[in-house]
Design a protein around this ligand. Structure first.
Ligand code: IPE
Ligand code: IPE
Ligand code: MG
Length: 254
């Protein structure tokens, strides 16, 4: 795991993305449709979806990705029927301990992104405990965005910046980034959305400024290593310019 200082939120024009993205973020969409295809209740899709986290995190870390961010529950998902929200909460409550144990054995650090306050006290404690247990792990980082919203993240940053009395002239992009839930984490190089929709749905609004975007109709519970390789191969074909121009081929330089 690189130190916070080695992360750059502002890659210069000479920055070249490595062949493997350092940070992959996934909008895990399609659990409900996966269940509907099998005439199962939606919560069965969520259960299958949570089980797929192991496979995807394992495959990405094997391929050299050092940060994985998974969008699990948005600030807008509270608008769903209360029984579905309750099912999502209880699946997380059940899964967090066993999955944290496995992540810890693999040397992976778990970080929560989002607002813990509206969650049930027991769930808040379980999430805090999972972060504490894995805090010093360095093999990779898994960010779980749960009760996360990009607008909420920006607003809570502004509130804390004002509360800290930060002088306006001192506020720049680097300082602002330190008030986000992703403090210390590089921006995502690649954002994958499963389930076919082509939108961010309030995910990483600030951090996604120069992310490459890949979407697939594959539903989240079906996303496997072969599908991930398609996304990683697509990423390798992208030319990331960050607003600058491509470097001319070496033969043109003389
Ligand atoms: C994504 O799957 C999981 C969450 C948003 C919690 P969905 O539940 O949105 O599945 P679809 O989009 O209805 O198929
Ligand atoms: C996005 O999926 C949120 C998560 C995957 C957690 P949604 O299913 O909530 O997104 P919309 O409503 O189709 O935009
Ligand atoms: Mg959906």
């Amino acid at each position: 795991m690189p130190t916070a200082d080695s992360f750059s939120h502002h890659p210069g024009p000479d920055h070249r993305a490595g062949p493997v993205p350092a940070h992959v973020a996934v909008i895990m969409d399609g659990n409900g449709r996966w269940a509907a295809q099998r005439r199962l209740p939606r919560h069965a899709g969520h259960r299958k979806g949570v089980a797929n986290i192991r496979r995807v995190v394992g495959a990405l870390s094997e391929r050299g990705v050092s940060v994985v961010t998974l969008y699990a529950f948005s600030t807008e998902n509270w608008r769903r029927p209360s029984d579905e929200v309750a099912a999502l909460m209880s699946i997380l409550a059940e899964e967090i301990e066993p999955q944290t144990r496995e992540l810890h054995e693999a040397g992976i650090r778990l970080v929560h992104l989002g607002d813990l306050a509206p969650l049930e006290a027991g769930l808040q404690r379980a999430i805090t405990k999972a972060q504490d247990i894995t805090r010093d792990n360095t093999a990779a980082t898994l960010n779980i965005a749960f009760n996360y919203g990009g607008r909420d993240e920006i607003l809570q940053a502004v509130r804390r910046i004002l509360a800290d009395g930060v002088p306006a002239e001192q506020l720049d992009e680097a300082l602002f980034s330190r008030y986000l839930y992703t403090d210390g984490c590089p921006d995502p190089d690649l954002i994958i959305r499963t389930g076919g929709e082509q939108r961010l749905s309030n995910f990483l609004l600030w951090q996604a400024a120069y992310s490459e975007y890949y979407h697939t109709p594959v539903l989240w519970p079906d996303l496997d290593a072969a599908e991930l390789d398609l996304a990683l191969n697509a990423y390798r074909q992208r030319r990331r310019r960050f607003g600058a121009l491509d470097k001319p081929p070496l033969s043109d330089e003389a």
